[in-house]
Design a protein around this ligand. Structure first.
Ligand code: BGC
Length: 390
């Protein structure tokens, strides 16, 4: 599996301009070309989205969009698939939505089938971004446009656009939270805090980006200076990776860490988890095995239901909310713009290099979430009901 961080060309000014939701568009569209500041960009983008969706309905008729999703095992991909299908159908497309049970070969054959149908456009959330070059090249040869969804498709020139969240920013939000909570910037000489690190699947390019934001850009300096101590010594990406982002795998690793390094009641101050499925495993393990007398700071991402419940119960400190409804809406708008031959909205300076080409990208903004703002973010916005979190 690939273990390289793929370059991301993003201007700092653009990051600053994105405050909430999907924004910061756009390099190219006439509809959004005047929207350069955060609020204006969001507003302009939203109205452009509705216009695009509404006006694409006629041209969508008779067209099929293939949507390849990685797995139903994790909550977010179920939401993404459901949102994409609903948005695409509302715009008038027929949808071929497939889940691949985190099995790369299954995803390859699902995409092969979509190519031979053929679909009119492919939207792919990959299991392993570098493993789909053959079916994607076949799609390209047939003139089928390809959008990488959430996860970058790597080592191929057969990808036209990428729609995602600012993934390095997700990591920075997590890392900065730990810095702030432990007041690391003001730590007195000799003060140390124990931390352990959990990230995701090495084949998912996003995992590398989250790691870069949280560790390389933010926490590494405190590990290097000795303020943060990783007692297990497991502090490189490969040692902290979690195959398929599985809760059970993270839980088993945390069980091992506790029994090997913390069984005598040594305190764990923080566990940096790149997402909620790994955080949940860590929380389960702590509940069963940890006797350090505190609940460590634990980070996450996605605002999965069990994790929001754990935030409310004080077992998880924070998460990062990525509104999958917004990502679906922007991706469907992209499909419409591509298939109607219009200029496609992308984020200025936001192209990702995938090892072969710079892929024009539309970036949505991740938002910090914790027990103090989840109601506003998740309930008031209709993402969840109160009952979902009861
Ligand atoms: C997504 C995260 C998700 C993880 C596991 C990543 O590619 O960006 O939101 O938690 O996959 O599904």
């Amino acid at each position: 599996m690939k273990k390289k961080v793929l370059g991301f060309v993003l201007s700092a000014a653009m990051i600053g301009a994105m405050l909430t939701g999907c924004g910061g568009a756009s390099t190219s569209s006439t509809a959004t070309s005047t929207a350069t500041t955060s609020k204006a960009a969001s507003t302009a983008t939203t109205s452009a989205a509705s216009t695009a969706t509404a006006s694409k309905s006629a041209s969508a008729s008779g067209k099929t969009v293939g949507v390849a999703m990685p797995t139903k095992d994790l909550q977010r991909w179920n939401q993404d698939g459901t949102n994409m299908k609903a948005e695409l159908e509302a715009a008038g497309y027929t949808v071929d939505l497939q889940y691949a049970s985190n099995d790369i070969n299954q995803q390859v054959s699902q995409i092969e089938n979509m190519v031979s149908e053929p679909v009119d456009c492919l939207v792919v959330a990959s299991i392993d971004g570098s493993s789909l070059s053959t079916p994607l090249s076949d799609a390209k040869a047939k003139g089928i446009p390809i959008i990488a969804y959430d996860r970058l498709l790597t080592d191929t020139d057969a990808v036209d656009y990428y729609a995602t969240f600012d993934n390095e920013e997700v990591g920075r939000i997590q890392g900065k939270y730990i810095v702030d909570q432990l007041k690391l910037a003001d730590a007195k000489a000799g003060t140390t805090y124990n931390i352990e690190l959990f990230t995701g699947d090495p084949g998912d390019n996003n995992a590398q980006l989250f790691w870069k934001g949280a560790i390389t850009d933010t926490l590494q300096q405190y590990i290097d200076s000795g303020v943060l101590v990783v007692k297990s010594g497991q502090k490189d990406f490969a040692s902290c990776a979690t195959a398929e982002w599985k809760t059970e795998t993270a839980q088993a690793r945390m069980d091992d860490l506790i029994s090997s390094y913390y069984a005598d009641g040594t305190k764990i101050d923080a566990v940096m988890c790149s997402n909620d499925s790994t955080a949940l495993g860590v929380e389960n393990s702590l509940a069963q095995n940890y006797n350090g007398g505190n609940q460590p700071i634990i980070t996450g991402q996605d605002c999965d239901k069990p994790n929001v419940k754990n935030m409310i119960a004080g077992k998880q400190s924070m998460s990062v909310f990525k509104d999958t409804r917004e990502l679906a809406k922007e991706t469907v708008k992209m499909v419409g713009q591509i298939l109607s031959g219009s200029t496609v909205d992308t984020t200025e300076g936001g192209a990702y290099n995938n090892g072969k080409i710079d892929v024009p990208t539309y970036l949505c903004t991740p938002v910090f979430a914790d027990a103090s703002n989840y109601k506003q973010l998740l309930i008031d916005s209709g993402y969840y009901t109160e009952a979902d979190l009861a």
